[in-house]
Design a protein. Structure first.
Length: 202
């Protein structure tokens, strides 16, 4: 296929890409819902992506990651570099190597987020989610989005990250989202500075 396969990791919708797409169910979601969420690690998330790529026999992948996928994508790049043609990060969280996503969060909200990581679960309340994720939505759309809000593994925020895969010789593009309330422009810029990436802004 001329465009390869766009593989989405995180919350990006496969509907926004042309060509064949594969949206991965990370552990604790969809086909992998039987996995106990508090036990999920960053390595588990990467392993799920690798397993789906290999099961589908894909070898010309454009790997697309959004938000927290910025800490899963480099592990995938390191595991199967020969299958990945390019990587696109969309407003992806990329903290310095060996630190945590939690360390990258705005200090004004870091304490509240840390307190929400009880029992290995990251649980975002509807009020916080509305402010961070629904700021430009009408009420019906916001309600629909909030009705689908689910908990996540605390490890995605609290586990030290391994960014070695970003050193692989794989073309990388970072897409900055200029009106992002969840991961604002100044935090995205910190991520960009840690990468050797082409940068686009929406």
């Amino acid at each position: 296929m001329a465009l390869g396969t766009a593989l989405t990791v995180g919350t990006s919708s496969p509907r926004c890409w042309t060509g064949e797409t594969l949206a991965v169910d990370l552990p604790g979601r969809g086909r992998r819902a039987d996995v106990d969420l508090p036990t999920v690690t960053l390595a588990d998330c990467a392993a799920a992506v690798v397993a789906d790529v290999e099961a589908a026999g894909l070898d010309d992948v454009v790997l697309v990651g959004h938000s927290f996928a910025g800490v899963t994508v480099p592990r995938v790049m390191d595991a199967i570099p020969e299958r990945i043609r390019a990587v696109v990060l969309v407003a992806a969280v990329v903290p310095p190597d060996g630190t945590r996503v939690l360390d990258q969060i705005d200090p004004d909200v870091r304490v509240a987020v840390a307190e929400s990581l009880a029992g290995g679960i990251y649980s975002q309340g509807p009020d916080a989610a509305r402010q961070m994720l629904c700021n430009d939505m009408d009420e019906a759309t916001a309600r629909s989005a909030l009705d689908r809000l689910v908990d996540d593994s605390a490890a995605l925020l609290s586990e030290p990250v391994d960014l070695a895969g970003y050193a692989r010789d794989i073309p990388l593009t970072y897409v900055r989202t200029s009106r992002d309330q969840c991961y604002p422009a100044e935090l995205q810029e910190r991520s960009v500075k840690l990468l050797d990436a082409d940068v686009e802004t929406l």
